[in-house]
Design a protein around this ligand. Structure first.
Ligand code: COA
Length: 198
């Protein structure tokens, strides 16, 4: 079963093979904006190969229950961005790491805040509609002001600074660690389970 989520303006769903062209277009239009904040692609990897890798990760993550990787669309089918819950750990932790990015031409319209709020709704809603997690964490570079503001608007608290945490744009970059727990989150949108569509 795949995860589908509706927010006020967005439909968040797993990637499909037919999303390839939109995926490539968004990454071409956002190349500079994404490069400063995201792990580099393997040397020589094309955007088509990157799409294949992301699609495969979405499918295997869904099967293993370890990753929920969603694309966000407007009603007219425009691909807005990417919202992920990665490295889901169950047991005594019940935690996932959230990640997000929005297509450069569509930034500063509130889509990231809306998508991340939806992602948290999915994370914290009880099964079968949600994942029933207890904690969602995110790691953001201290000078990524846009992403920090998104996290803050969505109620993620700063918990500390992880030194030399991730290798981004050629260097081991410090990251602020942010988190929210289920006790702190009021569900506002409707996560749904639908038949597998990937
Ligand atoms: C971070 C990102 C997802 C924000 O997307 P967005 O759709 O523009 O975000 P929103 O429109 O929801 O804006 C949220 C807040 O951030 C603010 N903001 C957006 N871009 C900003 C910028 N460049 N500098 C400062 N604040 C910014 C907005 O003004 C808004 O705050 P406000 O409501 O108080 O005015 C987008 O900039 C992006 O994809 N960046 C590259 C990838 C990335 O950094 N991913 C996160 C890695 S941790």
């Amino acid at each position: 079963m795949a995860h589908v989520l509706r927010t006020a303006r967005l439909l968040l769903r797993p990637p499909r093979p037919t999303d390839r062209d939109a995926f490539v277009r968004v990454h071409e239009a956002s190349r500079e904006a994404f490069a400063s904040w995201q792990p580099p692609r393997p040397p020589g990897e094309t955007l088509h190969e990157r799409f294949d890798r992301d699609l495969e990760r979405a499918v295997t993550g869904l099967a293993s229950g370890k990753d929920v990787r969603l694309l966000a669309f407007l009603d007219d089918g425009t691909l807005v961005g990417f919202f992920n819950l990665n490295e889901i750990v169950r047991g005594a932790f019940e935690c996932a790491f959230a990640g997000w990015s929005v297509s450069s031409p569509l930034q500063r319209r509130g889509y990231a805040s809306e998508g991340v709020t939806g992602l948290l709704d999915l994370a914290f809603s009880p099964p079968p509609h949600g994942l029933g997690l207890h904690r969602v964490q995110a790691n953001v570079m201290p000078h990524n002001l846009a992403s920090l503001r998104v996290a803050e608007k969505c109620g993620l608290r700063r918990e500390g600074l992880a030194l030399r945490y991730l290798h981004i744009a050629g260097t081991w970059a410090d990251h602020l660690m942010l988190a929210k727990t289920a006790e702190e989150h009021l569900v506002t949108s409707r996560p749904q389970w639908v038949e597998r569509i990937a």
